[in-house]
Write a protein that binds this ligand. Sequence first.
Ligand code: PHB
Length: 388
Amino acid sequence: MRTQVGIVGAGPAGLLLSHLLHLRGVESVVIDVQERESIEQTIKAGILEQGTVDLLRQTGVGDRMMRDGFVHHGINLAFEGGLHRINLTELSGGRSVMVYAQHEVLIDLIAKRLGDGGDIRFGVTDTAVDGIDTDQPTIRFTHEGRQETLECDFVIGADGSRTMCRYLIPERRDFFRQYPFAWFGILAEAPPSSDELIYAHSERGFVLVSTRSPSVQRLYFQCDPETKVDDWSDDRIWAEFSARLGPSGATVTEGPIFKKDVLQFRSFVCEPMQYGRLFLAGDAAHTVPPTGAKGLNLAVGDVHVLDRALGAFYQSKDTGLLDSYTRTALRRVWRAQWFSFWMTSMLHRFSDASDFDLRRQIAELELVTSSPTAAKTLADNYTGLPLG
Ligand code: PHB
């Protein structure tokens, strides 16, 4: 088998890149270890930046998102017994975010790729990438019991945080930060508790009130990384939300909880993001804590750069944009690292936090909710830097 661009991973990065390349007439094949059903059902984050929304719309994969997603023009910060709205749209000069779950984006991208005759191999095993330091790399894998060898010009490692592609880059530098907490997440059958998301600081720890649809809520509370979901009954969970949100006056609408999970918190960046004919995109190259809602949007940022770089290569054999891929992509990645870290450290309770630290967090939250300059910094970064 032969293609121009071999893509390992059918997540947001891999599928969107395959779609964008197709629009320029560049061929690709996407492989993934997971089956289609599992990719389409795995619940992840749900906030799309303005640039992500625009790109999906402009490239013909935004119809369902525009119909079923929810545009949010603000978020609320809760602290010290009050609820403070940040008007994202006014502060950012007209930008907003879309609440539309990541797996819905994947459903749309898979349908579009297959509808356009794209080649996606689900449920592959024994993947091996060779020859990335030559101009004819290969991806070997087993699909439906047959061993295949895919010859390509480029290999894209879009294989998520459990990546194998990352380890093919020699002389890599990994930048890493662990956090002493995690998020306990639930999905509940209940109408949204709030029209807009609430990020709540509390002495018992952080809470995020998010949503998925008019009948499903997504809520999180900060917990110990060792927390076992089975130790938390529904009643205990609702009591914890009330205890943390109570002082701000916000309340949660209770309903049957149909999913509980614990999300680990990490910040990670791998440099460089390329070696020879291998390019990493999305979580294979970096991870952010979910507080800034940047994970999927960073994958989109990488792919936007890669698509133009590969386009230039196929149009005029110009490798300039490919050569500078790491430098270009990392600017956005490190900005998002900073933003996610900032939101995380401003809102969470650290186990070793003193009363001084708590007062300092409140002062920071007061700054962000009262100074238009500080609020604009939050709004600009939350709604996202323009792509390109
Ligand atoms: C979510 O709805 O899953 C969500 C929203 C905002 C975040 C993180 C997660 O910052």
